[in-house]
Write a protein that binds this ligand. Structure first.
Ligand code: NAD
Length: 257
């Protein structure tokens, strides 16, 4: 079975990795639902552009995933979700004793609790349709840690754990759940970390990219949103029907170190 005619909901998909995955799944024939917390003309225009380019149906639905009921309502508004890509994310960097509690709560809400809510709402739809794919965008930080990223690392380790639980609960059904663990991908989320890190370490932005960001990525190259789209499409393919409960690293060798 291919993804043609399936509906894929990709959370946090008006930029970066989510947008790359939405574009790739639409190219493979899926109807996609884009999402973010904003509701601008540009957001809807992204969906229109995907529809036009791929001859599929693409829609944009606003939902603030820091709120559990909004996360569940997003799935309901999508109408049918065959493929759920949990991707929305934010970052905040600070030592744990200075980490603002409200940032902790926000990161856990958007990156961990929303995955629980969307998955809980989408699984009954997948069961009814007799097919489903859950793909969680975790991180190399779902498998390893870095200082100053307590909330992010905790949320991503939590997502990897939840992925395994969902895989076990659906193991006897034609539904799979897996996590993709990217290393650094040059998206707005990563761009935003460069100036602060440069200031902190008194480095140029080029030095931050080479010596800080890509320090742990042995390939010394960023992964791309297109590559992540390709891996997500693979996990939705028939070839991946027996791949469940696992993590796939797209990190240039980071977790091999
Ligand atoms: P990005 O900033 O381009 O995308 C994040 C998306 O999440 C955006 O669409 C944003 O609007 C959305 N979002 C943020 N808060 C939201 C909210 N409250 N409700 C709904 N949507 C919300 O960043 P990205 O790098 O593409 O990140 C996508 C995912 O990939 C994140 O989960 C991130 O942790 C993960 N990731 C990124 C990298 C990287 O190097 N860029 C590495 C590993 C994992």
């Amino acid at each position: 079975m291919s993804v043609t005619g399936k509906t894929a909901l990709i959370t946090g998909s008006n930029s970066g990795i989510g947008l790359g995955i939405a574009q790739e799944l639409a190219r493979a024939g899926a109807n996609v639902v884009l999402n973010s917390y904003t509701d601008n003309q540009e957001d809807h225009a992204l969906a229109e552009e995907i529809s036009r380019e791929t001859n599929t149906t693409a829609r944009y639905i606003q939902a603030d995933l820091s709120k559990g009921d909004a996360a569940r309502a997003l799935v309901e508004k999508a109408g049918q979700v065959d493929i759920l890509i949990n991707n929305a994310g934010i970052q905040h960097v600070a030592p744990i004793d200075e980490f603002p509690a409200e940032k902790w709560d926000m990161i856990i809400a958007i990156m961990l609790s929303s995955v629980f809510h969307t998955t809980a709402a989408a699984l009954p739809m997948m069961r009814k349709a007799g097919w489903g794919r859950v793909v969680n965008i975790a991180s190399a930080h779902g498998l390893t840690a870095s200082p100053y990223k307590s909330a992010y690392v905790s949320a991503k380790h939590g997502v990897v754990g939840m992925t395994k639980v969902v895989a076990l609960e659906t193991a006897r059904e034609p539904i799979t759940a897996n996590a993709i663990c990217p290393g650094y991908v040059r998206t707005p989320l990563v761009e935003a970390q460069i100036p602060d890190t440069a200031k902190k370490y008194n480095m140029t932005e080029e030095e931050v990219i080479e010596k800080v960001l890509l320090e742990r990525q042995p390939s010394k190259e960023f992964a791309t949103t297109e590559q992540l789209g390709g891996v997500a499409a693979f996990l939705c393919s028939d070839a991946a029907a027996q791949i469940t409960g696992t993590t796939i690293s797209v990190d240039g060798g980071w977790t091999a170190l």
